[in-house]
Design a binder for this molecule. Sequence first.
Ligand code: GAP
Length: 445
Amino acid sequence: MAEQNLMEKLVSLAKRRGFVFQSSEVYGGLGSVWDYGPLGVALKRNVKDRWWHAMVQAREDIEGLDAAILMHPRVWEASGHVAGFTDPLVDCRTCKARFRADKLADARCPQKPSKVPGEHAACDLTEPRLFNLMFKTFMGPVEEQAAVVYLRPETAQGIYVNYQNVLTASRQKIPFGIAQIGKAFRNEITPGNFIFRTREFEQMEMQFFVRPGTDMEWFEQWRALRMQWHHDLGLTPSKLRWHEHGPTELAHYAKAAYDIEYEFAFGWQEIEGVHNRTDFDLARHQEYSGRKLEYFEQATGERYLPYIVETSAGADRVTLTVLADAYREEEVEGEVRVVLGFHPAIAPIKAAVLPLTKKDGLPEVAEGLYAELRRRVPVFYDDGGAIGRRYRRQDEVGTPWCITIDHDTLTDRTVTIRERDAMTQVRVGIDQVAGWVAERLGRPA
Ligand code: GAP
């Protein structure tokens, strides 16, 4: 499968089957903003639930938080985003296209032919200007400077300014963490690649507060745990790798940073960052707010500003990753079979209930099973068309199990369960189906 082709196929399948739609499509769409359809919202929610389970529910040293998107404007001065969250922007004087000055590989001008037939000459670029990526809006009825607020460009700051509240309320002690899933906004100059880089997206971030001096040890621990999480999601291990930030790549707050990268059709790209943010953020909030943000360690009687190890993944990016990783085409009996081979835990639909025919009492039995399963897991009922075509429709959206009710069911109370990947079939007692599915779904890692 040609690699670029894969993205086109994914975008088309995502729309056709209700994973992802272009935002405001009836108005021609809004640049790099996307809506999740019925299957997409289920898939993304499964990804987020799995993250929440691993990062909050299964750990006694991490607490959850849901901070507001709008924050006091001083937060973004303290965090360094007002002054430094910028990309260098350049324009082509001829075709007016805009590029990030640090990513100029594609800067070819469609209006300027080159000496090589069929190719275009390089763009005629302006000097770089710094462009702040934060979206600004106004709070209150008057659009005056004093009321300017920002849509948060990362969820992390909501955690930092709440760290003492959470610490006191939860009676945690350092080392401990705060986790949050929420929307973030960036006015990206060059968004694209479907839901990979968008202007509105969701982050799954965890900030781990540690004693200074133990930060690199925790950094390494979190690196290992986060890579394992992506493996447990069922992603192909050979398509995951680490990228260490060199001195010129490090964000203004970071002492050390590694990205987890995935090999997409458009190259190796970051899906999560693990950062040692030192005490940069807390020190700045202490300075800008005038509030003491030190931690008092009872065991030693010492006061210090904790260091922070951050793990930051994009929920949309991870959703794109599981879609891209799951997509495959294979030839079965002379026909192309499209499969989304999701890990069952994240598949939007866990099972489909399919009466072989619409007569002889099969639908009544199938509907009974459907009603029973629906109370426990997301299931789909389909009685339309040949059974082979119904299987294919479920393969294409990644449903792990298809349960067929046939004439034998009426006499021996068994059904056929067909497994998506190997396409093998087993006969299971109709009363055992719910347990059979639950056993295979297991507990999220
Ligand atoms: N708090 C640290 C932080 O925000 P980042 O590397 O800028 O660090 C973290 O972003 C993660 O957020 C990225 O690895 C990516 O998964 C996601 N992300 C960032 N910008 C994004 C965008 N424009 N669209 C979709 N996801 C994005």
